[in-house]
Design a protein. Structure first.
Length: 254
């Protein structure tokens, strides 16, 4: 009988999109994945290689405004439904359109995709520190994590299905610059699990980053790079726990 502790683990990392320092995020995620020498990674900018995703033991995504085609959305749903685990980060659930009036719209063009993820990004207030609190302190993914302040994009989203919220924040006010800008005071998930069939999506909204060249063509040179929660040790702890969660079913397979 094979030793499951030495089993090769096949990962697909989708890292691509707009308005973020994808190079930085991709490298940081690859370094975290490389901490486990059993993990072999294939890297893509979008979801078009559905065969690679279907063959993966787990899926990790860091994207912004990368929308799968309907066949790709259906393949992603099928992957999770049959037991796949998907660790989705930051802008994975975003569709953005910059309008002529200067506002940003979040059109609901991919409901199948967003319903698999469990949420769709709609807006965020200007980047500023906000408090992240623990919604389920007994869950292994956040056990021992203390409340912390994140200087990041505070995601205001629509939610679908039954979510198991692990971390959350509270916000009410204006998301300046977005079409849907007015938000009543409410709690918003920051880290959650969404069961889909036999598998699940683990979503972490933290992780904004932006370099000098990531707002082209609107801004030729972005003056102040942003690293968001990537500057926090607790963010890396959450990423490591999330990747361990994603790998767990494969490790249980002989």
């Amino acid at each position: 009988m094979a030793d499951p502790s030495r089993r090769r683990l096949n990962c697909v990392l989708v890292a691509g999109g707009k308005y973020h320092d994808i190079d930085f995020a991709r490298l940081e995620l690859l370094k975290l994945l490389a901490e486990d020498d059993r993990v072999r990674v294939r890297v893509f900018e979008d979801y078009s290689n559905v065969e690679a995703i279907a063959a993966a033991d787990f899926l990790v995504t860091y994207t912004c405004d990368v929308t799968p085609s309907l066949p790709e959305q259906e393949a992603l749903r099928a992957y999770v439904e049959r037991g796949g685990r998907w660790c989705a980060l930051h802008g994975t659930n975003s569709i953005l359109r910059f309008l002529q009036n200067g506002l940003v719209d979040s059109p609901r063009w991919a409901p199948h995709f967003m319903q698999t993820l469990g949420s769709m990004f709609i807006a965020h207030p200007p980047i500023a520190p906000y408090r992240v609190t623990v919604a389920d302190p007994d869950h292994p993914l956040v056990k021992g994590v203390e409340p912390f302040d994140a200087t990041d994009e505070l995601y205001l989203s629509e939610y679908y299905g039954k979510l198991h919220v692990l971390l959350e924040t509270e916000f009410g006010g204006e998301a300046k610059g977005f079409v849907e800008s007015s938000w009543p005071q409410a709690k918003h998930p920051v880290f959650y699990l969404h069961q889909v069939g036999e598998g699940a999506v683990l979503y972490l909204t933290l992780g904004h980053c932006r370099g000098h060249y990531d707002m082209r063509p609107m801004i030729e040179y972005y003056p102040e790079p942003e690293k968001g929660s990537w500057e926090l040790p607790v963010f890396y702890e959450l990423l490591r726990r999330g990747l361990a969660w994603a790998k767990a079913p494969a490790l249980a397979t002989v």
